[in-house]
Ligand binder design. Structure first.
Ligand SMILES: [Zn+2]
Length: 476
């Protein structure tokens, strides 16, 4: 029997704000000694009152807009009651019935070049919890992360495979980074995923029993955990068993999902509106003002590069993957470079070197103006493509202007007809067999003769001119 996989994703994204969700403590909690960024509000001291972080609301609404959501003019925060030591209040302030954003979509690449549309149910805002540190028989708690703004993006059950889930999560990260809403760094825990996974026999409409898998803290974990869990459920059903409704965790090192707790009794969080906070009422003018802050989004930007700059689909996708790279590319083009050549340099030579040093575009010392100048030297025929790579290597390692490097290393291409002609004549005289073959109508040895001229000129001869001269002399 064939089974169909049904997945819904929940992605938690830590927002990149200065301060926490309901107090003025710094939101940064990475590489800081335990319990330094805390105050009476985020540690739940009696009488402390929370105040909503306006920037967190803005970033959540921007994300909702980028996902095509409806923005609720009226939303409320609610208390989600549960007890855990990393939650000082004994409840988490979240949103339940009235989230900030609802009913959006995100497109991911689908079969046959047709996009697949993933439906977004809601985007809401809540606060993060603290962290437990287990040491031997005791546990310590660090509240630096308690109260950090956390945005949750929830899909419906429209995802059908681990690959789709993987692409969806990648697109979400790209989007929150474009919006500068979050660093999206999964390895640091700034983005964390959960998947609700079920399978059903093909053709059956009713959903199977779903299992929630938590701790998906890398792209690889998203793919591997879903693949594993789908296979596990199919095996249970194939053997005549029933899938139990449980919460599982992904054990990265063992590469298995492990049961954390049974969900046979639905969680009762006893949600109720947070009495210490005002409802969030936003006006149409405010929504318009936030909409004006939206940057050009990655898919639209790639489309523009394809249409107005003649980039290929893949190339445009690569250039737009990261907003800073796309900005850098546009700066090279603005400095006068041919767009396709610029994209070629960036996705080829530049990406290769960045990968070698595990660097980001922000670390590159070559400026967009310098790359544009280098491209200009190739276009004008001053240097060959291979010489340009040599120049780029020097620019990358030592800096400096392309023209000066070309001058210093004597890389100017020889485009002087007289000089090239004497080199071509010398090669023809030396390789009479090959030359005779070309004269007799076999054009293949032209490549060989060209290679000889390029070698004689130490790669500095203008290849187009050499080829033309050989044709004129032997075939003309
Ligand atoms: Zn605080």
């Amino acid at each position: 029997m064939n089974y169909e996989t049904v997945i819904g994703m929940e992605v938690h994204v830590e927002l990149h704000t200065q301060s926490k969700m309901f107090c003025s403590c710094p939101a940064d909690h990475f590489q800081i000694d335990a319990n330094q960024h805390i105050c009476p509000v985020c540690t739940a001291q009696p009488g402390a009152l929370p105040v909503i972080n306006g920037r967190a609301i803005e970033l959540t609404v921007m994300t909702g807009m980028a996902l095509g959501c409806e923005i609720r003019p009226h939303s409320v925060f609610a208390r989600k009651n549960y007890v855990y030591p990393d939650l000082p209040k004994g409840y988490q302030v979240s949103q339940y019935e009235l989230p900030l954003c609802e009913f959006g979509q995100l497109r991911i690449p689908g079969d046959g070049g047709i996009d697949k549309v993933i439906q977004i149910e809601r985007v809401h805002l809540e606060e993060d919890t603290g962290k437990l540190l287990h040491q031997g028989n005791s546990s310590l708690v660090d509240y630096n992360r308690a109260g950090v703004p956390l945005m949750e993006i929830v899909t419906d059950a429209s995802i059908r495979s681990a690959d789709e889930a993987f692409m969806y999560v990648q697109k979400i990260r790209q989007l929150v980074r474009y919006l500068q809403a979050s660093t999206g760094d999964m390895e640091k825990g700034a983005m964390r995923c959960e998947a609700n996974i079920s399978v059903r026999p093909e053709g059956v409409e009713e959903f199977g029993t779903k299992v929630e898998v938590k701790n998906l803290n890398s792209f690889r974990a998203v793919r591997n955990a879903i693949d594993y869990e789908v296979q596990r459920q199919i095996e249970v059903l194939s053997e005549g068993g029933a899938v139990r409704q449980v919460t599982m965790g992904w054990d990265e090192s063992a590469a298995v999902t492990k049961e954390q707790r049974s969900k046979e009794f639905a969680d009762d969080y006893r949600y109720f509106p947070e009495p210490d906070l005002l409802d969030v009422d936003v006006t149409a003018e405010w929504i318009d003002a936030v909409r004006r802050q939206l940057p050009e989004l990655p898919d639209g930007r790639a489309q523009r590069f394809i249409e107005s700059m003649q980039l290929g689909d893949d190339e445009a996708g690569l250039v737009c993957e990261d907003r800073a790279v796309a900005d850098w590319f546009e700066a090279v083009v603005a400095a006068g470079a041919d767009a396709r050549a610029a994209a070629n340099w960036i996705t080829g030579e530049l990406f290769r070197r960045l990968k070698d040093v595990d660097g980001a575009i922000e670390d590159v010392t070559v400026t967009p103006d310098q790359l544009a100048e280098l491209i200009g030297l190739v276009t004008a025929g001053t240097i060959s493509g291979s010489a340009a790579k040599e120049v780029f290597a020097v620019m990358w390692e030592q800096g400096g202007s392309p023209a000066q490097i070309v001058e210093a290393k004597g890389l100017q291409q020889v485009s002087d007809t007289g000089e090239l002609e004497s080199q071509v004549d010398a090669v023809i005289a030396e390789h009479t067999d090959a030359a005779d073959k070309v004269r007799a109508g076999d054009s293949k040895p032209i490549q060989f003769l060209m290679g000889m001229v390029m070698r004689a000129s130490k790669g500095k001869a203008n290849p187009q001119m050499v080829q033309q001269l050989l044709r004129d002399k032997l075939q003309g």
